[in-house]
Design a protein around this ligand. Structure first.
Ligand SMILES: NC(=O)c1ccc[n+]([C@@H]2O[C@H](COP(=O)([O-])OP(=O)(O)OC[C@H]3O[C@@H](n4cnc5c(N)ncnc54)[C@H](O)[C@@H]3O)[C@@H](O)[C@H]2O)c1
Ligand SMILES: [Zn+2]
Length: 357
């Protein structure tokens, strides 16, 4: 098995590598060149700490290492918890050359990235994502932030890490439902950008569900390289990066209507991708392939009892909507996405009605 894959995120002086492999922590990754100053702070949470914190600590030599263990969950992606990270940095007298390490899923990565962006106007930070979703999505691209009572991810910054380290062994403890949510974003990359990868996923989805190392490394590497490519073309989301939102305008509305937590994000994205594909000018056969792959990944392809008008209203509230004009990411074909601004509301209502209600 190929041991480590490195993908470069090309962003000029903010460029960084993503290192992907198995047993990276167990084999004592060499952090020396990545922790420049004398000290570092590892931030993790109460679920991940007992699983992987000791392993990480044993890899870091000759540095003063502090740890901070935060409470688990999306409900803790708050000002209060973000300020706890800052308090810890102040308490340990961190300086501009200190390094912060985020060990955990997307919630930890987002909070820690934002705290790193804020303390002394920016410390270098390393992402060690431990969920499949954070490995293929949130750890790459530099979006950091926290929630506000008025909106998810409302407060934040674009701030790139200096390294992303993905050890697929961390997925051994990940609950199946979390794994499947990561698969939704992986299927998204194939659908919007890479038909060959989509074909590969059709052949290998059960290997991914069974956490086969070679399959995981391949899927994570391709996903990260697609995201890295899209992000380096459009770091601050002025244009092309928006195609990463395939299925997401529908997904956010569904999450909102059903209540966060009932439907996991990846599950809502799966349904959202089917709705977006139905609005797309693609062959029926390709639509069927997408639906089949989603079902084979054990993701939901529909939910019951959605009021189409309520769903459209929520979609129009999305922060990316301007002047009631929905911009939806649609597919020209599998592997080729584009942004459509001229879709009649009646057409959207019709697709929602035929699929969900
Ligand atoms: N910054 C971005 O570009 C971006 C992109 C997508 C999502 N996000 C954000 O990411 C968050 C979702 O990330 P997530 O799905 O990783 O959620 P999460 O961080 O809440 O992790 C899911 C659960 O798995 C646990 N966990 C983490 N690693 C584990 C492991 N190896 N074994 C067992 N349990 C483990 C966590 O403690 C948590 O309970 C959301 O807040 C979302 O807004 C950000
Ligand atoms: Zn998503």
């Amino acid at each position: 098995m190929k041991n480590q894959t490195i993908i470069d995120v090309e962003l000029g002086d903010r460029a960084y590598p993503i290192t992907i492999g198995a047993s990276i922590l167990e084999n004592k990754f060499d952090f020396d060149q990545w922790i420049k100053g004398k000290d570092c702070l590892i931030v993790t949470n109460e679920i991940v700490a007992p699983l992987f914190l000791d392993l990480l600590l044993s890899s870091i030599k000759n540095k003063k290492v502090e740890t901070l263990i935060l409470p688990d969950g999306e409900s803790n992606k708050t000002f209060h918890v973000w300020s706890q990270v800052l308090d810890k940095l102040v308490e340990m007298k961190a300086s501009r050359d200190s390094t912060v390490i985020a060990l955990g899923g997307g919630v930890i990565g987002d909070i820690v990235g934002f705290a790193s962006a804020s303390y002394m106007r920016g410390l270098s930070y390393i992402q060690i994502p431990t969920t499949l979703l954070s490995q293929v999505d949130s750890s790459v691209g530099g979006k950091t932030g926290i929630n506000h009572s008025q909106g998810k991810n409302l407060i934040g910054a674009f701030y790139q890490p200096s390294l992303v380290l993905i050890d697929i062994n961390t997925l051994s403890t990940l609950p199946k439902r979390e794994l499947i949510c990561g698969l939704a974003e992986i299927i998204k990359y194939g659908a919007i950008f890479d038909k060959d990868f989509f074909n590969w996923l059709e052949e290998n989805i059960s290997n991914l569900l069974n956490k086969k190392p070679e399959a995981l490394i391949h899927a994570i590497s391709i996903s990260c390289s697609i995201k890295a490519k899209i992000v380096s073309d459009d770091e601050f989301e002025m244009g092309k990066r928006a195609i990463l939102n395939f299925g997401h305008t529908f997904a956010h509305a569904l999450e909102n209507i059903l209540g966060y937590g009932k439907l996991q994000h990846g599950e809502a994205v799966a349904i959202g991708m089917i709705l977006a594909a139905k609005l797309s000018p693609i062959e029926n056969y390709d639509l069927e392939r997408l639906e089949t792959l989603i079902k084979k990944a054990h993701l939901p392809h529909k939910v019951d009892l959605i009021d189409a008008n309520e769903m459209l209203e929520k979609m129009l509230l999305d922060k990316k909507v301007k002047a009631k004009q929905l911009r939806l990411v649609l597919l020209r074909s599998l592997g080729n996405a584009y942004i459509e601004e001229n879709i009649r509301h009646e057409t959207i209502l019709d697709v929602i009605n035929k699929t969900l209600s």
